[in-house]
Design a binder for this molecule. Structure first.
Ligand code: GUN
Length: 290
Protein backbone atom coordinates (compact mmCIF):
# COMPACT_ATOMS: atom_id res chain seq x y z
CA UNK A 1 0.00 0.00 0.00
CA UNK A 2 1.33 3.42 -0.80
CA UNK A 3 0.04 6.25 1.33
CA UNK A 4 -1.41 9.59 0.32
CA UNK A 5 1.00 12.36 1.26
CA UNK A 6 -1.06 15.18 2.74
CA UNK A 7 -0.06 18.51 1.23
CA UNK A 8 0.13 20.99 4.13
CA UNK A 9 1.44 23.74 1.86
CA UNK A 10 -1.60 23.55 -0.44
CA UNK A 11 -3.93 23.51 2.57
CA UNK A 12 -2.16 26.58 4.00
CA UNK A 13 -2.33 28.41 0.66
CA UNK A 14 -6.12 27.92 0.51
CA UNK A 15 -6.52 29.14 4.08
CA UNK A 16 -4.28 32.18 3.48
CA UNK A 17 -6.37 33.13 0.48
CA UNK A 18 -9.58 33.08 2.54
CA UNK A 19 -7.94 35.04 5.38
CA UNK A 20 -6.54 37.63 2.93
CA UNK A 21 -10.07 38.31 1.66
CA UNK A 22 -11.42 38.64 5.20
CA UNK A 23 -8.52 40.98 6.10
CA UNK A 24 -9.42 43.26 3.16
CA UNK A 25 -13.07 43.30 4.17
CA UNK A 26 -12.09 44.01 7.78
CA UNK A 27 -9.99 47.01 6.74
CA UNK A 28 -12.84 48.42 4.62
CA UNK A 29 -15.28 48.03 7.50
CA UNK A 30 -13.12 49.05 10.47
CA UNK A 31 -11.03 51.74 8.77
CA UNK A 32 -7.84 50.08 10.02
CA UNK A 33 -5.91 46.91 9.41
CA UNK A 34 -6.19 43.94 11.75
CA UNK A 35 -3.01 43.79 13.86
CA UNK A 36 -0.90 40.97 15.28
CA UNK A 37 1.79 41.60 17.92
CA UNK A 38 4.51 38.99 18.38
CA UNK A 39 6.87 39.18 21.34
CA UNK A 40 10.19 37.35 21.27
CA UNK A 41 12.39 37.22 24.36
CA UNK A 42 16.00 36.18 23.75
CA UNK A 43 17.79 35.00 20.64
CA UNK A 44 16.80 31.39 20.07
CA UNK A 45 17.57 30.91 16.34
CA UNK A 46 14.55 28.66 15.64
CA UNK A 47 12.21 31.16 17.33
CA UNK A 48 13.82 34.00 15.33
CA UNK A 49 12.93 32.17 12.10
CA UNK A 50 9.32 31.56 13.23
CA UNK A 51 8.84 35.16 14.32
CA UNK A 52 10.19 36.53 11.03
CA UNK A 53 7.90 34.19 9.07
CA UNK A 54 4.88 35.23 11.15
CA UNK A 55 5.62 38.91 10.53
CA UNK A 56 5.99 38.39 6.77
CA UNK A 57 2.77 36.37 6.52
CA UNK A 58 0.84 39.00 8.48
CA UNK A 59 1.90 41.80 6.14
CA UNK A 60 1.40 39.66 3.02
CA UNK A 61 -2.27 39.14 3.94
CA UNK A 62 -2.93 42.85 4.46
CA UNK A 63 -2.67 42.94 8.24
CA UNK A 64 -0.36 44.93 10.46
CA UNK A 65 2.59 43.25 12.15
CA UNK A 66 4.07 44.53 15.41
CA UNK A 67 7.26 42.77 16.46
CA UNK A 68 8.91 43.22 19.83
CA UNK A 69 12.32 41.73 20.55
CA UNK A 70 13.41 41.79 24.16
CA UNK A 71 16.79 40.76 25.60
CA UNK A 72 17.13 37.28 27.12
CA UNK A 73 17.51 38.74 30.64
CA UNK A 74 14.25 40.76 30.52
CA UNK A 75 12.67 40.70 34.00
CA UNK A 76 9.23 39.15 34.49
CA UNK A 77 7.60 42.49 35.44
CA UNK A 78 8.87 44.13 32.26
CA UNK A 79 7.50 41.38 30.02
CA UNK A 80 4.13 41.40 31.81
CA UNK A 81 4.02 45.22 31.52
CA UNK A 82 4.60 44.91 27.76
CA UNK A 83 1.77 42.35 27.46
CA UNK A 84 -0.51 44.71 29.41
CA UNK A 85 0.33 47.61 27.06
CA UNK A 86 -0.55 45.40 24.09
CA UNK A 87 -3.80 44.33 25.81
CA UNK A 88 -4.76 48.01 26.03
CA UNK A 89 -3.69 48.95 22.48
CA UNK A 90 -6.74 49.12 20.15
CA UNK A 91 -4.61 48.57 17.02
CA UNK A 92 -3.55 45.14 18.34
CA UNK A 93 -6.09 42.33 17.80
CA UNK A 94 -3.83 39.36 18.48
CA UNK A 95 -0.91 38.84 20.86
CA UNK A 96 1.54 35.97 20.64
CA UNK A 97 4.40 35.58 23.10
CA UNK A 98 6.80 33.20 21.41
CA UNK A 99 7.48 30.10 23.52
CA UNK A 100 9.58 28.72 25.05
CA UNK A 101 10.61 31.67 27.22
CA UNK A 102 14.03 31.87 28.90
CA UNK A 103 14.13 29.76 32.08
CA UNK A 104 14.03 32.62 34.62
CA UNK A 105 10.59 33.73 33.37
CA UNK A 106 7.31 32.33 34.69
CA UNK A 107 5.72 31.20 31.43
CA UNK A 108 2.31 30.44 32.94
CA UNK A 109 2.06 33.88 34.55
CA UNK A 110 3.01 35.58 31.27
CA UNK A 111 0.40 33.57 29.34
CA UNK A 112 -2.22 34.41 31.97
CA UNK A 113 -1.50 38.13 31.50
CA UNK A 114 -2.67 38.06 27.85
CA UNK A 115 -6.21 39.36 27.25
CA UNK A 116 -8.21 36.22 26.30
CA UNK A 117 -9.88 38.15 23.46
CA UNK A 118 -6.41 38.72 21.93
CA UNK A 119 -5.01 35.27 22.77
CA UNK A 120 -4.37 33.92 19.26
CA UNK A 121 -2.54 30.93 20.80
CA UNK A 122 -5.68 29.91 22.70
CA UNK A 123 -3.68 29.08 25.84
CA UNK A 124 -4.82 31.60 28.45
CA UNK A 125 -6.63 29.92 31.36
CA UNK A 126 -9.91 31.40 30.07
CA UNK A 127 -9.55 30.09 26.53
CA UNK A 128 -8.15 26.70 27.58
CA UNK A 129 -11.16 26.39 29.91
CA UNK A 130 -13.60 27.46 27.21
CA UNK A 131 -12.18 24.76 24.91
CA UNK A 132 -12.63 22.07 27.58
CA UNK A 133 -16.22 23.25 28.15
CA UNK A 134 -16.98 23.02 24.43
CA UNK A 135 -17.49 26.79 24.10
CA UNK A 136 -16.55 28.77 21.01
CA UNK A 137 -13.03 30.16 21.54
CA UNK A 138 -9.62 30.90 20.03
CA UNK A 139 -7.71 27.59 19.75
CA UNK A 140 -3.98 26.87 19.48
CA UNK A 141 -2.89 27.03 15.85
CA UNK A 142 -1.16 23.71 15.21
CA UNK A 143 -3.87 21.43 16.66
CA UNK A 144 -6.56 23.52 14.99
CA UNK A 145 -4.73 23.09 11.66
CA UNK A 146 -4.56 19.31 12.24
CA UNK A 147 -8.30 19.20 12.92
CA UNK A 148 -9.04 21.23 9.78
CA UNK A 149 -6.92 18.80 7.71
CA UNK A 150 -8.77 15.81 9.18
CA UNK A 151 -12.15 17.43 8.49
CA UNK A 152 -11.11 18.10 4.91
CA UNK A 153 -10.03 14.49 4.43
CA UNK A 154 -12.64 12.59 6.40
CA UNK A 155 -15.66 14.83 6.94
CA UNK A 156 -16.96 12.94 9.95
CA UNK A 157 -14.54 11.03 12.16
CA UNK A 158 -16.90 10.15 14.99
CA UNK A 159 -15.97 7.02 16.89
CA UNK A 160 -12.48 6.71 15.47
CA UNK A 161 -9.63 5.76 17.82
CA UNK A 162 -7.14 8.65 18.05
CA UNK A 163 -3.78 8.51 19.81
CA UNK A 164 -2.00 11.78 20.53
CA UNK A 165 1.69 11.51 21.33
CA UNK A 166 2.76 14.52 23.42
CA UNK A 167 0.94 16.53 26.09
CA UNK A 168 2.13 20.12 25.66
CA UNK A 169 -0.17 23.07 26.30
CA UNK A 170 0.23 24.30 22.72
CA UNK A 171 -0.32 20.97 21.01
CA UNK A 172 -1.22 17.71 22.75
CA UNK A 173 -3.74 19.01 25.29
CA UNK A 174 -5.79 21.20 22.91
CA UNK A 175 -5.55 18.45 20.25
CA UNK A 176 -7.20 16.02 22.67
CA UNK A 177 -10.07 18.45 23.29
CA UNK A 178 -10.60 19.07 19.58
CA UNK A 179 -10.70 15.35 18.78
CA UNK A 180 -13.04 14.68 21.71
CA UNK A 181 -15.33 17.37 20.33
CA UNK A 182 -15.33 15.40 17.04
CA UNK A 183 -16.42 12.29 18.99
CA UNK A 184 -13.12 10.43 18.68
CA UNK A 185 -12.03 8.03 21.40
CA UNK A 186 -8.88 9.82 22.50
CA UNK A 187 -5.79 8.35 24.15
CA UNK A 188 -2.92 10.60 25.20
CA UNK A 189 0.56 9.12 25.17
CA UNK A 190 3.71 10.83 26.45
CA UNK A 191 7.27 10.23 27.58
CA UNK A 192 6.19 7.96 30.47
CA UNK A 193 3.76 5.86 28.42
CA UNK A 194 4.68 2.18 28.82
CA UNK A 195 3.63 0.58 25.56
CA UNK A 196 3.50 3.16 22.79
CA UNK A 197 3.67 0.59 19.95
CA UNK A 198 0.76 -1.30 21.51
CA UNK A 199 -1.37 1.84 21.70
CA UNK A 200 -0.51 2.97 18.21
CA UNK A 201 -1.43 -0.38 16.65
CA UNK A 202 -5.07 0.36 17.53
CA UNK A 203 -5.12 3.98 16.35
CA UNK A 204 -7.10 5.08 13.30
CA UNK A 205 -5.67 8.58 13.78
CA UNK A 206 -2.18 9.32 15.11
CA UNK A 207 -1.13 12.85 15.98
CA UNK A 208 2.46 13.24 17.12
CA UNK A 209 4.38 16.18 18.58
CA UNK A 210 7.05 15.05 21.01
CA UNK A 211 10.21 16.30 19.34
CA UNK A 212 11.94 12.91 19.17
CA UNK A 213 13.22 12.30 15.63
CA UNK A 214 11.55 9.29 13.97
CA UNK A 215 10.45 7.85 17.33
CA UNK A 216 7.37 6.20 15.81
CA UNK A 217 8.30 3.31 13.53
CA UNK A 218 6.27 2.26 10.50
CA UNK A 219 5.36 -1.17 11.88
CA UNK A 220 3.89 0.40 15.03
CA UNK A 221 1.11 1.91 12.93
CA UNK A 222 -2.24 0.32 12.12
CA UNK A 223 -2.69 -0.44 8.42
CA UNK A 224 -4.87 2.32 7.00
CA UNK A 225 -4.18 4.84 9.78
CA UNK A 226 -4.04 8.59 9.18
CA UNK A 227 -0.91 10.19 10.62
CA UNK A 228 -0.38 13.87 11.37
CA UNK A 229 3.23 14.51 12.30
CA UNK A 230 3.76 17.78 14.17
CA UNK A 231 7.43 17.06 14.97
CA UNK A 232 10.12 19.23 13.41
CA UNK A 233 13.52 17.82 14.30
CA UNK A 234 16.83 18.64 12.69
CA UNK A 235 19.25 15.71 12.48
CA UNK A 236 23.01 16.15 12.85
CA UNK A 237 24.65 17.13 9.57
CA UNK A 238 26.11 14.13 7.76
CA UNK A 239 29.38 14.14 5.78
CA UNK A 240 29.28 16.82 3.07
CA UNK A 241 26.05 18.36 4.43
CA UNK A 242 25.95 21.97 5.65
CA UNK A 243 22.83 21.24 7.70
CA UNK A 244 21.19 18.05 8.91
CA UNK A 245 17.88 16.92 7.42
CA UNK A 246 14.54 17.93 8.95
CA UNK A 247 12.51 14.93 10.08
CA UNK A 248 9.32 14.42 12.03
CA UNK A 249 8.46 12.25 15.02
CA UNK A 250 7.36 9.48 12.65
CA UNK A 251 9.74 7.41 10.47
CA UNK A 252 8.12 8.70 7.27
CA UNK A 253 9.51 6.26 4.68
CA UNK A 254 8.59 3.25 6.83
CA UNK A 255 5.13 4.64 7.53
CA UNK A 256 4.36 5.00 3.81
CA UNK A 257 4.04 1.22 3.54
CA UNK A 258 1.50 0.99 6.36
CA UNK A 259 -0.77 4.00 6.53
CA UNK A 260 -3.54 5.50 4.40
CA UNK A 261 -2.30 9.07 4.62
CA UNK A 262 0.52 10.97 6.32
CA UNK A 263 1.81 14.53 6.53
CA UNK A 264 5.45 14.99 5.46
CA UNK A 265 8.11 17.01 7.34
CA UNK A 266 8.65 19.65 6.11
CA UNK A 267 5.53 20.63 4.14
CA UNK A 268 2.90 19.05 6.37
CA UNK A 269 1.50 20.14 9.73
CA UNK A 270 4.21 22.79 10.24
CA UNK A 271 3.30 24.46 6.97
CA UNK A 272 -0.24 25.09 8.21
CA UNK A 273 0.52 26.66 11.61
CA UNK A 274 1.21 30.22 10.46
CA UNK A 275 -1.81 30.21 8.14
CA UNK A 276 -3.99 29.20 11.11
CA UNK A 277 -2.39 31.99 13.18
CA UNK A 278 -3.45 34.42 10.47
CA UNK A 279 -6.96 32.94 10.65
CA UNK A 280 -7.05 33.34 14.44
CA UNK A 281 -5.88 36.95 14.12
CA UNK A 282 -8.65 37.93 11.72
CA UNK A 283 -11.23 36.06 13.83
CA UNK A 284 -10.04 37.99 16.91
CA UNK A 285 -10.13 41.26 14.97
CA UNK A 286 -13.74 40.80 13.90
CA UNK A 287 -14.77 39.83 17.43
CA UNK A 288 -12.89 42.70 19.07
CA UNK A 289 -14.32 45.24 16.63
CA UNK A 290 -17.79 43.97 17.58
N1 GUN B 1 6.62 28.19 19.69
C1 GUN B 1 6.47 27.21 18.75
N2 GUN B 1 5.20 27.19 18.27
C2 GUN B 1 4.54 28.19 18.91
C3 GUN B 1 3.19 28.66 18.84
O1 GUN B 1 2.32 28.16 18.11
N3 GUN B 1 2.90 29.71 19.67
C4 GUN B 1 3.81 30.24 20.52
N4 GUN B 1 3.42 31.25 21.31
N5 GUN B 1 5.06 29.82 20.61
C5 GUN B 1 5.42 28.80 19.81
Amino acid sequence: MSATIIDGKAFAAGLRERVGKLAGEFEAKAGRKAGLAVVLVGEDPASEVYVRSKGKATVALGMESFEYRLPADTPQEELVAMVERLNADPSVDGILVQLPLPKHLDEKAVIAAVDPDKDVDGITPTNAGRLVLGMDTLVSCTPLGCTMILKDMLGDFSGMDAVIVGRSILFGKPMAQLLLAENCTVTMAHSRTRDLPGLLRRADIVVAAVGVPELIRGDWLKPGAIVLDGGINRLEAGPGEAKGRLVGDVAFDEALDHVKAITPVPGGVGATTIAVLMRNTIVAAYRNEG
